[in-house]
Design a protein around this ligand. Sequence first.
Ligand code: 3TV
Ligand code: ZN
Length: 501
Amino acid sequence: MHFLNFTPIAVLQLTLFSVLHGAKWTYTGPDGEHHWYKHYPYCGGTFQSPIDIKSELLRFDSNLRPIEVQNYNLSPNEQLTLGNNGHSVQISLPSKMHISSLPHRYTAAQFHLHWGSSSRPAGSEHTVNSEQYAAEMHVVHYNSDKYPNMSMAVDKSDGLAVLGVLIEVGEFNPAFEQFLKFINGVKYRDQRVQVPGFNIRALLPARLDEYYRYDGSLTTPPCYPSVLWTVFRNDVTISRKQFLALATALYSTHAQDSAPVPLNANYRQPQLTDGRVVLVSFKEGRGLHGTLTVTPPHTRKRIIQQLLVGDLADLADEGLYQLLPSGSEKLHAGKKKDLKNQQSETLAKSKQQMLNPSLWTKSQTNRYVGKFGLADDTLCYVSLEQRVFLRLRQSHTENQMVQALRDAVLPELNLKSYLDCKSDLALPTIRHILRGRPTDEALELDRSLTQALMKQRKTSTAIKPNVPVTKSSSLSPATVPRKPQSLGYPHPWLLPMEWED
Ligand code: 3TV
Ligand code: ZN
């Protein structure tokens, strides 16, 4: 969270200076991604991309329309510029191409790729359940309803929409060949060639109705958090030969440089999710990675309302599981168990992350990611909670103040965000609500919550390592390490509520 150390003016000055004077950045070495924030403060900030798109972040959203693109089928008479900018290979696109299915028109500007190396053909930026694809294509569009060009849009929160296509090595892809056949003409940085237009739609997967959607950033400096990301669920393939052409033909250095540096492995590591959810346009799961949480907003609202003023016994029996992350539906759908038992198990499962201190930087609640329709971002106080918490921890002032914020102020603020945003209910907030309802049922519900969490805590401490360290893990080096909770003292969230008379 290096971004927190700069004032807004300093961020602006530093970013302007670096963009104008072209501060050097690379993917490895002293100017590698862990150093980007020094010249490009947004790279150390929040809501960064790419991310690991994992099942527990997913929320089905029935409002997500199929992506519709216009004028993507270009004639060979239209000339496109293929270029090597030292970070990627890019094709500029004509402004008639646009996305028509979003609430604003997003006009195409360019597409480019990120890829691995010949020795390690894994170079996608987004990963799905920690799985990295061979490469990824990004079709960059800007909001032309609101901004006159790409430069004006690039740093605006609603400025850009990027379509992400995951690429696997497999069948030969004739559409990709339309530009890969010219790649040797742009071997070195700043080289450009003209290529005939072709059908850009053919670079995308067949189904444009199945995708992941979240709010994020440019994956390269200056990392502005200005991108509405759409990552298609279905990948496309290129042949091994096509992949190798991409991975071996290019250099990130100029033709005249004495030490040519190959251009490959040009992907950024997955970033922290910062309380974001990933909306999904499709409902059905797929095998191992397919389980989705599909709580529609109106159900969520109804359950929260029930927590506030409804019958708590009924809620314990039937309702609460619907608010909880992936897997809970399956448990509920199985053989009917004793209800209390069932509730305990379900809650325990869903709160597993909360019980693993290493995962606390990823909020259990979520920021509303759709830009359109439901709510103003400012209602989502969960990110505020995270930032306050991190900042206080960084300055070594973790104390009663933090606890008071978490226990008293933030649950109340969060309640509003749960109602307005697409987020799950965090335990402190459930407790905050129950505290306002000192009835036997509320006490009972709190007890079973506590029991379930205590039980789960024992199991999770026994079997779960603290920090997953796979290559594609979304824990970036910016993660503040957590000290493990002492086994002897339950975390305050696990203690039964004190009931006021
Ligand atoms: F807009 C971009 C992206 F979205 C650009 S051009 C503007 C940067 C100053 C770019 F280079 C990108 F790499 C991306 S990306 O987030 O799609 N990778
Ligand atoms: Zn990109």
